[in-house]
Design a protein around this ligand. Structure first.
Ligand code: SF4
Length: 666
């Protein structure tokens, strides 16, 4: 079925080909090759200041930047002035789906968010990624993406429904929490409404406020506060159409294969099962995969909620460490953060800092306005969260984010920060000390690159689990080595006790992740590196390309698809350089990596890594050697075609990637 949307009102064409620089002529030659399969062909552009609602053409962008993360980065490059501050009307919030979104492709619910982040210090380009239903709904409403700029002169929300977009009054929900906003939108527009919103933390411009979506989905980076600065309370979407798929039969076959290869145990429940039981998965749009990221849990009081990933652990250690405190407090702590839209990684760091400050005699009750000996209770956490979200007392300082609070509170306060404290996300998880290539993954990104870090930590975590419970995962040492050789393309990539092959591994992980984030694929199951259901238990590295081809009708092999990853990585590099990233100073990792020995890792408490044959080694107590890191980085520059002295991509590299218009970046 073809898209047949008629946009009402003020929508006009805003063709941006002139912004595409020197490679447009080349694109025009292949314009006839543009296929609408997988895409609607339109990105909605909303200027809240003038209330102008226009469209831009997706195809020139999709042809060069693939989708989601790639197109969002390019739009940021073209539309967000370097001088704009995060809360300025000139900042844009960019939401982009991928070509697989809403096509029925498995695990393809994700969409990318990009903009200037108020959470970074200094403010700068950042990105996030959300799942659930909203991205699919947006495409099913006739738009591949949405770009919001300006500032509304009153609280509004944007309502998008089957090809129409309208601004509506949000006065009655302006400072409400996420739950209330959801109820309001569903009551107004019906049960098929999907939403992005932010709670009081976002509307009060807490720099670390999240964007929230259906099923407790979130994106960090402070984009909730950017929504607040724009006076935009929510973006509600209803979509009922489906995009064209080039070869539905091939897609169906690939989906069946993906579901089969991904079959695995999903019973992970961090809570004490006698208090909280896992009841199933909280699905995203049309996803039939075994999911390890989103689960539904039921409490003893019969409350059923969705909880996910790191957010489950925001208060968990303190609750579990307090005798008599019910596990439900930990579960509810996540719910409170989500309702207020506070970043759970930031909140975990704040609680850690208060705990350390109290023990060191640096913080007390009268300074903080908290009863610190109640740490671990519901009462303590609720008060702390509300103080931050509503900027009361110490919350006024903490609402600026822990990094900026450190600048205000001074060196003694900063000394008590855990290594995890970082601009956006957690700066110590899966670090270079335990998994060396991860140093390179951290070194070139403006935020914690969690989807990339997962590519290493998951397979090692599965190998550790298999050591403990043989057969529980497909990952023996031999399977790990074979998967590393296939996906990281170096015969030494598997060996975590040497830097050899780690630069190559990092380039492979980066390119594959950028492609994943651009296609809209979910980090919970992509890439499929290992499987219980292949002969050699090694996964399939070609599935992404084959699925992309089935949807779009293009004919790309794995390498051609990965090339998009390199293009997008270089586009992002140009953005960072333009905004003041200094390779000599910034292409590195946090200093603790070189000084503080690793003690434990999530899913791998003894920091075990495979040695030759069946030998099991531990990296407990290791640090990253500065010279070794430098060697890996030099090799990485070389592999990427970047100048070894300056760290800038060489002009020939930009040309090769079709990015000649970025050559002047300073
Ligand atoms: S695997 Fe889980 S998180 Fe990923 S798309 Fe499916 S339901 Fe969503």
């Amino acid at each position: 079925m073809l898209w047949q949307f008629c946009l009402f009102g003020t929508i006009q064409s805003d063709c941006t080909e002139d912004k595409l620089g020197g490679d447009v002529a080349e694109n025009k030659k292949t314009a006839l090759n543009y296929l609408s399969c997988g895409w609607c062909g339109k990105i909605l552009k909303v200027d809240l200041s003038s209330e102008a609602i226009t469209e831009i053409n997706t195809h020139p962008y999709a042809d060069r930047f693939l989708g989601g993360r790639g197109i969002a980065a390019r739009l940021y490059w073209e539309y967000v002035p370097t001088t704009a501050r995060a809360f300025d009307p000139e900042n844009h919030l960019i939401f982009m789906t991928g070509p697989l979104t809403a096509t029925g492709a498995q695990g393809a619910s994700r969409f990318e968010v990009a903009g200037k982040s108020p959470m970074l210090m200094p403010e700068g380009f950042c990105y996030g990624n959300m799942g659930g239903y909203w991205g699919s709904a947006l495409k099913r409403a006739g738009f591949d993406g949405l770009m919001v700029s300006g500032k509304a002169n009153r609280p509004v929300y944007l309502f998008i429904s089957d090809g129409k977009a309208r601004l509506k009054d949000a006065g009655s929900i302006h400072f409400e929490g996420v739950k209330r906003v959801r109820e309001y939108l569903i009551q107004k527009h019906g049960k098929k409404t999907h939403y992005i919103t932010t709670g009081p933390a976002g509307m009060n411009l807490c720099r670390t406020a999240n964007l929230m979506t259906d099923n407790e989905g979130s994106a960090t980076g402070g984009f909730g506060a950017v929504l607040g600065a724009k006076n935009l309370k929510a973006i509600a979407v209803i979509g009922t159409q489906s995009p064209l798929v080039s070869d539905p039969a091939a897609l169906k076959e690939l989906n069946q294969l993906t579901i089969k290869l991904n079959k695995r145990d999903t019973s992970f429940n961090p809570y004490p099962p006698d208090q909280i039981s896992r009841t199933g998965k909280a699905s995203c749009f049309q996803c039939g995969l075994d999911c390890i990221l989103r689960s539904t849990f039921r409490t003893q009081s019969n409350k059923e909620v969705v909880r996910k990933c790191q957010a489950m652990f925001v208060y968990f250690p303190w609750v579990m460490g307090r005798p008599g405190e019910p596990a439900e407090t930990a579960l509810d702590a996540t719910g409170l953060c989500n309702d207020l839209s506070l970043c759970t990684m930031e909140m975990a760091n704040i609680v850690q800092w208060i705990s350390a400050g109290y023990k060191a005699g640096f913080l007390n009750d009268s300074q903080t306005g908290l009863e610190i000996d109640k740490l671990g209770t519901w009462e303590f956490f609720e008060k702390l969260c509300n103080m931050i979200a509503y900027r009361e007392g110490l919350g006024e300082i903490l609402a600026e984010g822990l990094l900026r609070a450190g600048e205000t509170l001074g060196m003694d306060a900063k000394r008590l920060f855990a290594n995890e404290v970082a601009g956006v996300g957690d700066g110590a998880t899966y670090s270079a000390r335990e998994y060396p290539m991860n140093g390179l993954l951290y070194a070139f990104e403006p935020r914690q690159p969690i989807a990339m870090l997962h590519e290493v930590s998951r397979i090692i975590g599965m190998w550790v689990m298999n050591l403990q419970y043989p057969g529980s995962t497909p990952v023996s040492a031999d399977v790990y080595r074979a998967a590393a050789a296939k996906f990281w393309r170096h015969d030494k990539a598997w060996d975590l006790n040497t830097h050899e092959g780690k630069a190559m591994a990092a380039t492979c992980i980066i390119d594959r992740t950028y492609v994943k984030d651009s296609l809209g694929l979910c980090d919970s199951c992509w890439p499929l590196m290992v499987s219980h259901h292949t002969d050699d238990k090694v996964g399939d590295s070609t599935l992404e390309a084959r699925t992309f081809n089935a949807v779009t009708g293009k004919e790309l092999d794995e390498d051609a698809l990965l090339k998009f990853g390199e293009i997008i990585f270089n586009q992002q590099r140009a953005i960072l350089l333009r905004e003041g990233w200094n390779p000599k100073k910034d292409d590195t990792i946090a200093d603790f990596n070189f000084t503080d020995p690793v003690q434990s890792v999530f899913m791998n408490p003894d920091v075990l890594v495979p040695g030759e044959g069946d030998i099991v080694l531990s990296r407990k107590g290791q640090t990253m050697d500065r010279e070794v890191f430098k060697k890996m980085r030099d090799e990485f520059y070389q592999l990427r075609g970047w100048d070894s002295e300056t760290g800038y991509p060489a002009a020939e590299k930009f040309r090769e990637l079709g990015l000649s218009d970025l050559s002047d970046v300073k």
